[in-house]
Ligand binder design. Structure first.
Ligand code: FMN
Length: 188
């Protein structure tokens, strides 16, 4: 099995992290891998905010919890409202990926997901754990959170489509959940 396939098959979502930050050079490689993802018509509608450090991420966490609590029909209300919830599983790097839906109305979400997928695989190949975080995706239209997004530098045309945390795993690589074999049909 070649190294790329091995990386793909052994990447797991990591939900327990060491507090130590990983080097900026590694972050740059992860980001570059993300930016080389395919995008519809090469439009690259994505925008990436990287929040580094547990103190800064704690602020994001507070804003997410407060915004979630203010909303009437937030699907993550119970989960985010629980005392143990953090947006980052205590990982020291947090990434917010948003897409410009005016540039790519039908595909920005897919493009952002591919960018995140590339980042997860690159991170794993560099011994950095990662996990997709979904709870910010439903906060785009919450007015106070929208202002906070602007403060973070997220363009006003953009929607958050996915976030992720990155850091050194603090537990053995989890065993993969069995993949559905019947998800594939080969016609010859
Ligand atoms: C669109 C999407 C949303 C996800 N949201 C979350 C999330 O909010 N929190 C979380 O811990 N994991 C989240 N995950 C990770 C999945 O739970 C994980 O990929 C899945 O259980 C398979 O495990 P694996 O990544 O270790 O192979 C998400 C994954 C995707 C693709």
């Amino acid at each position: 099995m070649n190294e790329t396939i091995k990386t793909i098959l052994t990447r797991r979502s990591i939900r327990k992290y060491k507090p130590e930050q990983f080097p900026a050079e590694i972050l740059q490689q992860i980001l570059e891998a993300g930016l080389y993802a395919p995008s519809a018509m090469g439009r690259q509608p994505w925008h990436v905010v990287v929040v580094r450090g547990l103190d800064k991420i704690a602020e994001v966490n507070r804003e997410v919890k407060a915004a979630t609590a203010r909303m009437k029909d937030n699907p993550y209300a119970d989960y985010v409202g629980s005392e143990s919830y953090t947006v980052n599983y205590h990982a020291p790097t947090f990434v917010i990926v948003s897409g410009d839906t005016t540039v790519s109305p039908r595909n920005a979400q897919f493009d952002c997901a591919l960018l995140l997928g590339n980042m997860f695989l690159a991170a794993h190949s560099l011994r950095i754990g990662s996990c997709w975080i979904n709870q910010l995706n439903v906060l785009n239209d919450e007015p106070v959170f929208r202002k906070y997004m602007t403060k973070l530098g997220i363009p006003k045309e953009n929607q958050i489509f996915g976030c992720a945390c990155f850091g050194y795993a603090d537990a053995p690589n989890p065993t993969a959940v069995a993949r559905k074999k019947n998800a594939v049909v080969i016609i010859e």
